[in-house]
Design a binder for this molecule. Structure first.
Ligand SMILES: [Fe+2]
Ligand SMILES: [Fe+2]
Length: 198
């Protein structure tokens, strides 16, 4: 009995020691929060909504150029269709802000800004035709995957804080982003087949 008590005491003491050692070792990496940092999940949820609101608006501005540079009719058509879906997603986000009693406002999304910059680089680095189309699809799928990850998180956050109406709206957008990704896959496979047949 005494042995097991000792054993228990020893086990309990060890993690505490190693934990405090870890905190001490990593203390130089701890980032001091900004004055407006989120203090709860609802705050982080609203920040993330502002981020994707900026991103969707940036896409509304960028998609026409991508469509103009696509050669395959299927690809430019798919991009233009996603442009109208994206405009609707912006309006849907405004409804989500409304449900939360928050003003709809964007906050620069560095990830989307980077993805769009990469999309521009791909246009410069490819000649028009099948190769540029393949580049446009690659850039677009990176964007869709970013959106899928973002909306997946937003749905989970909304559910976690009991904002079920917001979760339903965000789930609709998540489904649209997944569909767009599938459509791009189909176009890519057809494009690869066309290029392979030449
Ligand atoms: Fe979107
Ligand atoms: Fe999208």
């Amino acid at each position: 009995m005494k042995n097991s008590e000792k054993q228990g005491q020893t086990n309990a003491a060890q993690p505490k020691e190693s934990q405090s050692k870890d905190i001490k070792n990593n203390s130089k990496n701890i980032v001091a929060p900004a004055p407006d940092a989120a203090t709860d999940l609802k705050g982080l949820f609203i920040d993330s909504l502002k981020d994707i609101y900026w991103a969707e608006n940036a896409l509304v501005g960028a998609l026409p150029k991508m469509a103009d540079n696509a050669s395959a009719a299927g690809l430019s058509g798919a991009i233009l269709e996603h442009l109208s879906i994206t405009k609707n997603q912006v309006a849907r986000l405004e409804k989500v802000f409304d449900l939360l009693g928050e003003k709809a406002e964007g906050k620069k999304c560095e990830a989307m800004a980077g993805l769009l910059k990469e999309g521009d680089s791909i246009l410069l680095e490819t000649t028009p035709g099948a190769v540029r189309d393949a580049g446009i699809i690659a850039a677009s799928q990176k964007i869709e995957h970013y959106e899928i990850a973002t909306y997946g998180t937003l749905v989970a956050f909304a559910k976690a804080i009991g904002e079920n109406d917001a979760a339903k709206l965000l789930t609709q957008t998540l489904a649209e982003e997944k569909e767009a990704d599938c459509l791009l896959n189909d176009v890519a496979l057809n494009l690869v087949n066309i290029v392979a047949a030449e």
